[in-house]
Design a protein around this ligand. Structure first.
Ligand code: NAP
Length: 280
């Protein structure tokens, strides 16, 4: 398949790595240096987003947030009106369900594809893809899913895939903050880290997704997979989804504020586990 991948941050680059060699790719990123190492026998780098999508059968975007996706599709680059017919537009960014509704209105051949998993999970073929869109469009992406590996959960509406993504993210975002607070309580009350590791590391309360980050939450630092600004963004989107239905989350705003504090402390380029340092 001829696939364009637009947005080569941590996630988009991993998606492109996974697809390269398995499909014909054209890649593009706002800061062009991130495309360089991908270029090879079946991978070409485009100078502009419109050029990247020119001949594509599938266009995949992986961008930071609503604003970035809006800019690319409906701003100056106007990619939304330059998508070739009958390509499928696939957005793998974590954006708001309301932005997703807007895209669905403008682009009839749109599939939302938020990803559960870190960049490493994408590279190793172990991520979970939440595919929201019309059945025939999602069916047509089978060769893309074959190359990506992992598993796919399907939703009839694009926005529902995003709601699912935000629901899962809130679990992880709150889990990291809660673990950081459990460690803080233990330390404050006089337990040694050795005792805390032994206790917390063996409790069944530690979910598998959290145990991956166990050591880095203790340290308050780790390899940057998912930085606090994107974590705060996802908590904010979760709060907004509940509010749009007239429901006020109790924990959501506190979780969002915790990651915002990490950003205010200058930890915005570190991993989300750096949120543990707001307690020191
Ligand atoms: N990291 C994770 O573990 C993870 C996991 C699942 C889902 N996600 C979601 O996946 C998406 C991408 O995350 P990431 O970790 O790859 O983030 P990232 O490394 O910060 O990359 C963000 C990408 O968005 C681009 N961008 C930002 N504003 C733009 C604009 N106005 N116009 C064009 N491009 C713009 C950036 O371009 P430049 O390089 O030029 O800045 C970069 O390619 C986010 O929605 C995130 O929430 C992340």
């Amino acid at each position: 398949m001829r696939i364009a991948v637009l947005g080569l941050g941590r996630m988009g680059h991993s998606v492109a790595e996974r697809l390269s060699g398995r499909h014909d790719l054209v890649v593009w990123n706002r800061s062009p240096e991130k495309a360089k190492d991908l270029v090879g026998p079946r991978v070409r780098s485009a100078d502009s987003a419109p050029e990247a999508v020119e001949d594509a059968e599938v266009v995949i975007t992986s961008l930071a947030d609503d604003e970035a996706v809006h800019d690319l599709l409906f701003g100056q680059a106007d990619v939304g009106s330059r998508l070739p017919t009958p390509s499928v537009f696939v957005d793998a960014s974590t954006i708001s369900p309301s932005m997703s509704d807007r895209i669905e209105e403008a682009l009839p051949r749109y599939v939302a594809l938020p990803i559960l998993g870190a960049p490493q999970a994408v590279r190793s073929g172990n991520a979970i893809y939440l595919a929201g869109g019309r059945a025939e469009l999602v069916d047509g992406l089978a060769p893309v899913f074959d190359a990506l590996g992992g598993s796919v959960k399907r939703y009839e509406r694009p926005a529902h895939a995003l709601v699912g993504k935000l629901a899962v993210n809130l679990l992880l975002l709150s889990g990291v903050v809660t673990l950081a607070e459990s460690i803080t309580i233990g330390r404050a009350g006089g337990l040694h880290d050795r005792q805390l590791r032994d206790l917390l590391g063996e409790t069944p309360m530690l979910a598998p997704g959290l145990s991956n980050r166990f050591d880095s939450v203790f340290a308050g630092s780790g390899e940057t997979w998912w930085p606090p600004p994107l974590a705060a963004k996802d908590a904010r989107l979760a709060v907004d989804v509940a509010a749009s239905n007239g429901t006020m989350l109790r924990l959501g705003p506190v979780i969002r504020a915790a990651y915002e504090s990490a950003v205010e402390m200058g930890l915005g380029d570190e991993d989300m586990v750096s949120v543990a340092r707001i307690y020191r």
